[in-house]
Design a protein around this ligand. Structure first.
Ligand SMILES: C[S@@+](CC[C@H](N)C(=O)[O-])C[C@H]1O[C@@H](n2cnc3c(N)ncnc32)[C@H](O)[C@@H]1O
Length: 386
């Protein structure tokens, strides 16, 4: 059965397809041709076909698309055609690849191959060890904070940008949700998440490969939507927030956490530590990520349309549990930030050496018998109006 939508958006010169297209005959696709004809009268330069959310298409539908592309080449030879697919909808990426051969004017683009600047670092698996230790440290705080933001037993919950999925497992154990969906775009992280869930014998968490800025989940489904430490890594956080808002039920809440890394602190050796974390913020900005986003959460939530905004900050410290855990987090940051990102930016050995020293001083502060080391995080949530 067909349950698709097709519409033309003038501002992007884009025909957008979504849903399932399974016509028995081409005449069932009259609406597609109408939208196409209208688009042709209005575009110049490039006409975009967006298949990011087309979940399925049978051969009749696919052949119809091919005939539309061919028809553009014949009727408007000056027009370029861009076919946009996503790796999230695997069949489309595979099948549409061949249509580039129809004409040199047709270009097929997998938009999420390089769709945000920090993607390379986050999706190659380097972050796995960072995330695991971070969650161990933050969960001690968050298990008590979550109920203040509306989390309770028996809810339908989504964790978007779930990373290695450990937060979702903890939510499952602590709050016994009725449904729990966890989505991420890093395949190594999801693989890891599924393996851990299997080891723990937990079958209830649905781990899904997806793009948080174009989710394939229906609107108004979840009572509680979480998105932790992730708006700060994506270069267009407002796109993700729009999706979190959309999938949340009216009256439900969206819960986000983000950092302000330049406020990391430690004693002794405060100056060296402060210098390094100022540089972390600059380094992230170079890759278009905003690790200073935490205190901006209130504005972001308001601008997306949420009300009843609740916000609090926590300071994760070396005194929370085993100071070695804190030291492990910092070591993992140093490995990725100084060992990988600074090198990628082309920093000098002198800079990298001073940069590393601040992390080592933070670790020393955490392990020092009289030392104190802190990592501040901002938690915020908003309600989707009824
Ligand atoms: C810093 S990690 C945080 C992971 C997890 N929420 C946590 O707190 O441990 C950021 C995650 O966001 C994911 N991510 C970034 N942009 C995404 C997008 N557009 N769609 C899905 N996942 C995305 C990355 O793959 C990564 O796993």
């Amino acid at each position: 059965m067909s349950t698709y939508t097709v519409r033309f958006e003038d501002n992007n010169q884009e025909i957008i397809f979504a849903g399932v297209m399974r016509p028995r005959q081409t005449k069932e696709l009259d609406d597609v041709r109408d939208v196409f004809e209208r688009a042709l009268t209005r575009v110049s330069g490039t006409l975009n076909f967006n298949f990011k959310r087309l979940l399925k298409a049978n051969n009749v539908a696919f052949q119809e698309m091919v005939s539309l592309f061919t028809s553009v080449s014949k009727r408007r030879p000056e027009l370029k055609v861009r076919v946009i697919v996503s790796s999230v909808v695997g069949w489309a990426a595979r099948k549409f690849k061949i249509v580039g051969a129809i004409s040199p004017n047709i270009q097929v683009e997998q938009y999420d191959q390089t769709f945000y600047p920090g993607q390379g670092v986050l999706e190659n698996g380097s972050f796995i060890s960072i995330l695991r230790t971070q969650t161990k440290m933050t969960w001690r705080h968050e298990r008590n904070i979550l109920p203040r933001h509306g989390m309770a037993e028996g809810k339908e919950v989504a964790d978007i940008c779930c990373g290695i999925g450990d937060f979702a497992l903890l939510l499952h154990k602590e709050f016994k949700p009725k449904r729990l969906v966890a989505v991420d775009h890093a395949k190594p992280s999801l693989q890891y998440a599924r393996k851990v869930a299997e080891e723990f014998g937990i079958k209830e968490v649905e781990y899904i490969y997806g793009d948080a800025s174009a989710l394939l989940l229906d609107s108004n489904q979840f009572d509680f939507v979480t998105c932790r430490h992730s708006l700060q890594v994506f270069n267009k956080p407002e796109l993700i927030l729009k999706e979190l808002f959309r999938i949340c039920k009216p009256g439900g809440r969206v819960y986000i956490s983000n950092e302000k890394n330049s406020h990391c602190l430690g004693e002794p050796r405060a100056a060296s530590i402060a210098w390094t974390y100022e540089e972390v913020a600059r380094l992230w900005a170079h890759f278009e990520m905003d690790i200073e986003l935490g205190p901006k959460s209130r504005r972001y939530l308001q601008d997306t349309g949420f009300d009843d905004i609740r916000m609090e900050s926590i300071m994760v410290t070396n005194l929370d549990g085993d100071p070695k855990d804190f030291a492990d987090v910092i070591q993992a940051w140093e490995d990725v930030y100084a060992g990988e990102m600074a090198v990628k930016r082309g920093d000098t050995p002198e800079f990298i050496s001073r940069f590393r020293q601040g992390f080592q001083d933070h670790i020393a502060a955490a392990l020092h018998p009289k030392g104190y080391a802190g990592w501040p995080i901002w938690i915020a949530s908003g309600r989707k109006p009824l």
